[in-house]
Design a binder for this molecule. Structure first.
Ligand SMILES: Cc1cc2nc3c(=O)[nH]c(=O)nc-3n(C[C@H](O)[C@H](O)[C@H](O)COP(=O)(O)O)c2cc1C
Length: 269
């Protein structure tokens, strides 16, 4: 925690939803490994993207820079999964979180909660925020979607703790939907990973521009002058719209959710 402070971070986010690696059939099927393994299929794919391949080769073998200071010197990359499993994995309980809370005087956010009972404990612990998240559906395949519980949580704890949400949010419209359902704001994972993977740092900036434009457009359609007004829709949202939101965000596994245009049902006052 001292290192985090010295690095200038103000908010500490502790992920609590990955006690161990999830079962990921796609990773197995695609041969995802550290260090990356080359086969005829991915060599053929790389040849179709010469610029990307060239820049990726120039960048060298990917490494976990933040973990490096804690790794044994000259540890082979093939040992990385074992090292991570032994070092950063394991169930996090509220007792260990209390130790963190007592030693971190800045804002503390717990990431990876979905059910209201856990949020109640987070409030009791003195956390400043929670990220309602099922890790983008990337770990526990049968995990509940935060959209199933966010409204209950907003009703019960919305005035006691900040509610952030992620998992399947991929457009400005999705951000508006999540906010209308109770999120104070949202986080996005793969959207930025894909954008940066495609065109580097500029990809991230481009994604932000697109999201801002989409969100502004949705706010305009709803006559909401600010994102906070979008959040006020929470109080007046109709069940039809909720069902639309759920369909578009919850089944997000590797598919971009489609906007259903259901946001025009209620307008901001
Ligand atoms: C490649 C990748 C690596 C991730 N690594 C972490 C991680 O180390 N810690 C963490 O809390 N979440 C991690 N996540 C999960 C994201 O923080 C986030 O919860 C999730 O991606 C949100 O869903 P979305 O991708 O649909 O936006 C990772 C996600 C991706 C795509």
């Amino acid at each position: 925690m001292g290192r985090i402070k010295r690095a200038g971070y103000k908010v500490l986010v502790v992920t609590v939803d990955v006690p161990t690696f999830g079962y990921r059939p796609r990773d197995i099927k695609n041969g995802l490994a550290m260090p990356p393994k080359m086969n005829l299929r991915n060599i053929a794919q790389m040849m179709q993207c010469p610029s990307w391949s060239w820049h990726t080769l120039l960048a060298g073998v990917p490494e976990m820079q933040t973990l490096k200071p804690y790794m044994p010197k000259n540890m082979p990359t093939s040992e990385l999964a074992n090292f991570m499993n032994n070092t950063v994995m394991g169930a996090v309980d509220f007792e260990s979180l209390k130790v963190i809370r007592d030693n971190w005087d800045g804002p503390l956010v717990l990431k990876g909660l979905v059910n209201p009972e856990d949020v109640a404990q987070a409030v009791a612990l003195g956390a400043d925020g929670v990220v309602l998240s099922n890790h983008g559906g990337r770990q526990l395949d049968v995990g509940e979607s935060p959209l199933d519980t966010i409204q209950t949580i907003k009703h019960q704890y919305g005035d006691k703790i900040k509610l952030l949400m992620d998992s399947g949010v991929q457009s400005g419209g999705n951000v508006a939907q999540a906010m209308a359902m109770g999120a104070d704001f949202t986080l996005l994972g793969r959207t930025f990973v894909y954008a940066c993977g495609a065109v580097g740092q500029h990809g991230g900036e481009h994604a932000i521009e697109m999201l801002t434009q989409q969100m502004t457009q949705v706010m305009g359609q709803l006559k909401c002058p600010t994102p906070t007004h979008t959040a006020s829709l929470f109080k007046s949202w109709t069940w039809r719209c909720l069902i639309s939101c759920r369909e578009s965000i919850r089944h997000h596994k590797n598919k971009a959710p489609q906007s259903r245009g259901a946001l025009s049902i209620k307008l901001c006052r």
